[in-house]
Ligand binder design. Structure first.
Ligand code: DAT
Ligand code: MG
Length: 147
């Protein structure tokens, strides 16, 4: 069973889209394993976006992601990384199709509502950056066989 770190960014929290994002992931069939509202530190943000260090948008990205509360989550399920990124939509908002979260709610590439891990390695690193092991809840869902 695969896990992903998915986060409603400060713009999504301010716009009241936490419920919408959670609803879409739940309806798809994924299982919530952890969640918390938090303001992330500059240090956590730099770790999270280490791959983008030095890019033109890096400083703006770090100040945006630390500018207010985010809603961080761990979701699990088969292919959750790839499928949740399909639900998110493309990074460039002009490519984000209607029906996706970014396609339905975002106008600008920076303010794009949601983050989702892009590989099992980044998921593991990102989850460890924001959650302690004991915050991740293991439980069985009786509906799992119907997903
Ligand atoms: P994603 O969030 O789809 O994984 P990413 O990891 O390439 O995309 O970039 C992280 C975030 O940085 C992205 O959600 C928005 C911002 N970003 C990426 N490319 C950008 C660009 N060309 N201009 C402004 N912001 C950008
Ligand atoms: Mg990314």
């Amino acid at each position: 069973m695969e896990r992903s770190f998915i986060m409603v960014k400060p713009d999504g929290v301010q716009r009241g889209l936490i419920g919408e994002v959670v609803k879409r992931l739940e309806q798809k069939g994924f299982q919530l394993a952890a969640a918390k509202l938090m303001v992330i530190s500059r240090e956590q943000a730099e770790k999270h976006y280490a791959e983008h260090q030095g890019k033109s948008f890096y400083e703006e990205l770090i100040s945006f992601i630390t500018s207010g509360p985010v809603f961080g989550m761990v979701w699990q399920g088969d292919q959750v990384i790839t499928i949740s990124r399909m639900l998110m939509g493309k990074t460039n908002t002009l490519d984000a199709q209607p029906g996706t979260i970014r396609g339905d709610f975002a106008v600008h590439t920076g303010n794009n509502i949601i983050h989702g891990s892009d590989s099992p390695e980044s998921a593991e690193r990102e989850i460890a950056n924001f959650f302690r092991e004991e915050e991740i809840v293991n439980y069985e869902r009786t509906i799992q066989k119907w997903i």
